[in-house]
Design a protein around this ligand. Structure first.
Ligand code: NAD
Length: 333
C-alpha cells in the first residue's frame, strides 16, 4: 500500500476518500491540522501529501516535506495560489484537480446572487418568527440586467450560461477570450456597465486586489459583487467602504482574503478576532459563506477520484496529467 498524509481533514473528506482509496491501492493517514512548516513533519513515513485551499505550501513547508521523503503534493482543489511553485519546481511535483464540477461553484454564485437580490435569507428568519411583514424586502428583477463575468474559464462559462438562461445581458473580460459568441469588453467597461459583477478568474499577481477603491469608483451605483474565486481578488477594506457609502448594493462572498484562520472552523463560542470580517458579516447586504461553493456530492466524488488517480499515477511512475507547470509568472498568495 502507498501511504499518504491527508491534511486539514473534515468529516466529509473522509467519507469520499475512504470509499475509493482501496481501488487506487492507497492508505490514508488523516490529520485535522493544516499543512504548514510546523506540521509538515507529520507526513514522515508517507509517500505523498494531500492538501487543500488554506494549507500553507510555502518554501519552508516544501523543504520539510522533501527532507521527509515526500514524493508528491496532491491538491484536492483547483486553485493553487497557496503553493510556492518556484520552490516546488524540480523538487516535488504538485498536482491538482483542474475540474471537478464547475456547476457546483457557479450554482453557488447564483444562489448568493438570488439570495441577495430577493432577501430570502432574511425572509427565512422572519417567517420562522411568524413575522409575515414584507417591509424592507423589495428586490429587483435580474431579467434584463447586465452581468459582468471576470474570467470565462470552466466556472465562468457555466455562470454565463445560467445568467443567459435568466434573460440577463452578459458581458465578460478574460485575457484569453473563449470561442463562440460572448461580448468581451475591457475591464474598465465591464466595471462601468455591469449591474452584477462575478469573479471567476484565478488569483495571480495581475488579479490581486482587482476590486479596489479605484475600480469601485468606476462601477454603477448599487452594483452587486460576487466572489466565489479567491478572497484576495478583492481589497476588503475598499469593499467595506463601497458598501458603507452605498455605492455597492450588495456582496456575495464565498471567499475572504484572510480566510485561512477562520473558514472551515466552528468559532461560534469565541469572539471573532478579525474586525474586518466581523464588519462584513454584520452588514445587512453582505452574504458570507465559508468557502463552500465546491461542497456538493458530485464535486466531492470527483475530487476524491481525481486526487487518488493523480497519486496513483505518481506512484506507478506514469505521466502526471494534472501536474501544475509554472508558466511565466506564478500565482501570488
Ligand atoms: P479556469 O482555469 O478554467 O478559468 C480561469 C479563467 O480566468 C481562464 O479563462 C483565464 O484565462 C482567466 N483569467 C486569467 N487571468 C485573468 C485575468 N487577469 N482577468 C480575467 N480573467 C483571467 O478555472 P476555473 O475552474 O473556472 O476556476 C476559476 C477559479 O475559481 C479558480 O482559480 C479558483 O480560484 C476558484 N474556485 C473556487 C472554488 C470555491 O469553492 N469557491 C472552487 C473551485 C475553484
Amino acid at each position: 500500500m502507498n501511504k499518504v498524509a491527508f491534511f486539514d481533514t473534515k468529516p466529509y473528506d473522509k467519507i469520499y476518500f475512504d470509499e475509493l482509496k482501496s481501488k487506487y491501492g492507497i492508505e490514508i493517514e488523516y490529520f485535522e491540522s493544516k499543512l504548514s512548516p510546523r506540521t509538515a513533519v507529520m507526513a514522515k513515513g508517507s509517500r505523498g501529501v494531500v492538501a487543500f485551499v488554506n494549507d500553507d505550501i510555502s518554501k519552508e513547508t516544501i523543504s520539510v516535506l522533501k527532507e521527509n521523503g515526500i514524493e508528491i503534493i496532491a491538491l484536492r482543489c483547483a486553485g493553487y495560489n497557496n503553493v510556492d511553485l518556484n520552490a516546488a519546481k524540480d523538487n516535488i511535483p504538485v498536482v491538482r484537480v483542474p475540474e471537478y464540477s464547475p456547476h457546483a461553484i457557479s450554482e453557488h454564485a447564483m444562489a448568493l446572487l438570488l439570495t441577495l437580490v430577493r432577501k430570502t435569507h432574511k425572509a427565512y428568519i422572519r417567517t420562522r418568527d411568524y413575522n409575515f411583514s414584507l417591509n424592507g424586502f423589495v428586490g429587483f428583477d435580474l431579467y434584463g440586467k447586465t452581468v459582468g463575468v471576470v474570467g470565462t474559464g470552466k466556472i465562468g462559462m457555466t455562470f454565463v450560461e445560467m445568467c443567459r438562461g435568466m434573460g440577463m445581458n452578459v458581458i465578460a473580460y478574460d485575457p484569453k477570450p473563449s470561442q463562440g459568441y460572448l461580448e468581451y469588453v475591457p475591464l474598465e467597461e465591464l466595471f462601468a456597465r455591469s449591474d452584477v459583477i462575478s469573479l471567476h478568474c484565478p488569483l495571480t499577481s495581475e488579479t490581486y486586489h482587482l476590486i479596489n477603491n479605484y475600480s469601485i469608483k468606476m462601477m454603477k451605483d448599487k452594483v452587486i459583487i460576487l466572489n466565489t474565486s479567491r478572497g484576495a481578488l478583492i481589497d476588503t477594506e475598499a469593499l467595506i467602504e463601497g458598501i458603507r457609502s452605498g455605492k455597492i448594493g450588495g456582496a456575495g462572498l464565498d471567499v475572504y482574503e484572510e480566510e485561512s484562520e477562520f473558514f472551515y472552523e466552528d468559532l461560534s463560542e469565541s469572539i471573532l478576532q478579525d474586525d474586518i470580517l466581523s464588519r462584513l458579516i454584520m452588514m445587512p447586504n453582505v452574504l458570507v459563506t465559508s468557502h463552500q461553493a465546491f461542497l456538493t456530492h458530485e464535486a466531492l466524488e470527483r475530487i476524491a477520484e481525481i486526487t487518488l488517480g493523480n497519486l496513483k499515477s505518481c506512484f506507478d511512475g506514469e505521466k502526471l496529467e494534472n501536474e501544475i507547470v509554472i508558466k511565466k509568472k506564478s500565482p501570488v498568495k
